[in-house]
Ligand binder design. Structure first.
Ligand SMILES: *[C@@H]1O[C@H](CO)[C@@H](O)[C@H](O)[C@H]1NC(C)=O
Ligand SMILES: *[C@@H]1O[C@H](CO)[C@@H](O)[C@H](O)[C@H]1NC(C)=O
Ligand SMILES: *[C@@H]1O[C@H](CO)[C@@H](O)[C@H](O)[C@H]1NC(C)=O
Ligand SMILES: *[C@@H]1O[C@H](CO)[C@@H](O)[C@H](O)[C@H]1NC(C)=O
Ligand SMILES: *[C@@H]1O[C@H](CO)[C@@H](O)[C@H](O)[C@H]1NC(C)=O
Ligand SMILES: *[C@@H]1O[C@H](CO)[C@@H](O)[C@H](O)[C@H]1NC(C)=O
Ligand SMILES: *[C@@H]1O[C@H](CO)[C@@H](O)[C@H](O)[C@H]1NC(C)=O
Length: 382
């Protein structure tokens, strides 16, 4: 019996010189056709197998050949379906029906079923199709994240002992350093997919210092963004104002861009790279401060205007502004829309400060910004 089975010419319903090239579950070297057939019988998901009579390569497959799944010719190979073999070799496992994805393990005292297959690998968003030869527990399948806008990375998915695929997701390009790794070194606007937004939403980010080791991200602000710390003091006697007082820290700044960390979309209001200083000293973004109000005249001159119109972003809606400092007060605080926040505040010295670090959030889930930026096409380079 054993001899006969090792000589494929004796067997009926075996396809000689043919094989099924797809739907593989497992490939291994088997000492003979019988061992290959037996392994297929043990595995619930196996429906057919290929056996290379020269090398002993045994390939278990989860489908049967048919009209829509034709065999291909391959000299030295044989192909057979499981159903023809069950009675011939199943030993203790012949009458056992293990659940899908399981393998029957014959024991001296009976049988048991173990999980051994993860099934067809999932399609990975943004990756090329996964090419695989095995889907059993422990199998590691390599794939490429190489679509436009993707961080080019080789990833693997692993079939876990729980019978599920552990997948490393592809990531979109999320920082200027990622763009730089694509050998792109121009300072300009790019579409980045910040980690803070789950790599899912694109945001127009200006990359600065792309030919340095430390490129930085900025959000360009098409509307007016301003901070004024005036050179003004209130006159003691009649609450009048002296606008030409010498106030050392005073200044007026227009922000053309603001520094942002794409990891968490926090704003670094102290970055002055794109701060256009009109006069005096640099002022941090998003604060209204003065040093004018040393008596209680309720006159405040510190001013800021935040306007994120046209960026696709708004200031984190949970951030609020609080009075801080000596004799701090406000003339007004106006959050007239998600995009525009203005305030006039002051003290001696004091004013209105954000109660936590400023950060951006998306203006809407599906925000559309019309101004141009470029998606980085980075194929297999890194
Ligand atoms: C019988 O097989 C089962 C499953 O492998 C095992 O847990 C058990 O200990 C075995 N019993 C004996 C008596 O060998
Ligand atoms: C990734 O893609 C490139 C080009 O398409 C290819 O040469 C390379 O072998 C792929 N790597 C993996 C792990 O699939
Ligand atoms: C991915 O693997 C291929 C083949 O091994 C290699 O040529 C390529 O550089 C790798 N790509 C990345 C992004 O690591
Ligand atoms: C945001 O990320 C930057 C850079 O990764 C980090 O320096 C900063 O501490 C983070 N801020 C918060 C509030 O997590
Ligand atoms: C908004 O700010 C709050 C408080 O600082 C913070 O807990 C939250 O994570 C921020 N939300 C976003 C979307 O950044
Ligand atoms: C505050 O906003 C309102 C509209 O919401 C506007 O009518 C008012 O003029 C604003 N005040 C200042 C001082 O900007
Ligand atoms: C990227 O640039 C570096 C430095 O010039 C070079 O060594 C590398 O070959 C480039 N990679 C690709 C894929 O062009």
């Amino acid at each position: 019996m054993d001899r006969m089975c090792t000589d494929p010419n004796f067997l009926q319903r075996i396809s000689i010189g043919q094989m099924l090239p797809s739907h593989k579950i497992q490939s291994f070297i088997a000492p003979g056709l019988m061992v290959c057939a037996r392994e297929c019988v043990y595995q619930t998901n196996c429906l057919s197998f290929n056996f290379d009579t020269e090398s002993g390569q045994c390939e278990l497959t989860r489908a049967e050949a048919g009209l829509s799944l034709p065999l291909v010719s391959k000299p030295g190979f044989v192909y057979a379906t499981k159903s023809d073999w069950i009675t011939a070799i199943a030993a203790n496992c012949q009458h056992v029906k293990c659940p899908p994805n399981h393998r029957c393990v014959p024991e001296l005292n009976g049988t048991h079923c173990v999980l051994n297959d993860c099934g067809i690998p999932p399609t990975i968003k943004f990756a090329a199709d996964v090419d695989y030869t095995e889907t059993i527990v422990g199998a590691k399948l390599g794939y490429n994240c190489s679509r436009p806008g993707m961080k080019p990375q080789n990833k693997t998915m692993t079939c876990t002992p729980y019978g599920s695929w552990d997948v490393e997701p592809c990531r979109k390009i999320s920082s200027c350093a990622d763009v730089q790794r694509c050998n792109v070194t121009d300072d300009r606007e790019y579409w980045l997919y910040p980690e803070a937004f789950g790599y899912a939403n694109k945001v127009k980010i200006y990359c600065h210092g792309m030919n340095t080791l430390n490129p930085k991200e900025y959000v360009s602000l098409p509307s007016e963004n301003l901070v004024v710390y005036p050179s003004a003091v209130v006159k003691y006697s009649y609450c009048g104002v002296d606008y030409s007082a010498n106030v050392p820290k005073a200044g007026k700044v227009h922000f053309e861009k603001v520094r942002v960390h794409p990891k968490n979309m926090t704003i670094d209001g102290e970055d002055n790279q794109f701060a256009n200083l009109r006069w005096g000293k640099f002022q941090a973004y998003g604060r209204a401060v003065d040093c004018a109000s040393y008596i209680s005249c309720r006159k405040y001159f510190g001013f800021f205007r935040i306007d994120t119109t046209g960026t696709g972003l708004v200031i984190n809606r949970t951030v609020s502004w609080v009075l801080h400092g000596n004799r701090a007060g406000q003339t007004y605080f106006n959050r007239s829309s998600d995009h525009v926040i203005t305030a006039k505040c002051g003290g001696y010295c004091g004013g209105c400060f954000p109660d936590s670090q400023l950060s951006f959030e998306l203006e809407a889930e599906t925000s559309t910004v019309v101004q141009s930026a470029s998606d980085t096409m980075c194929s297999d380079i890194f």
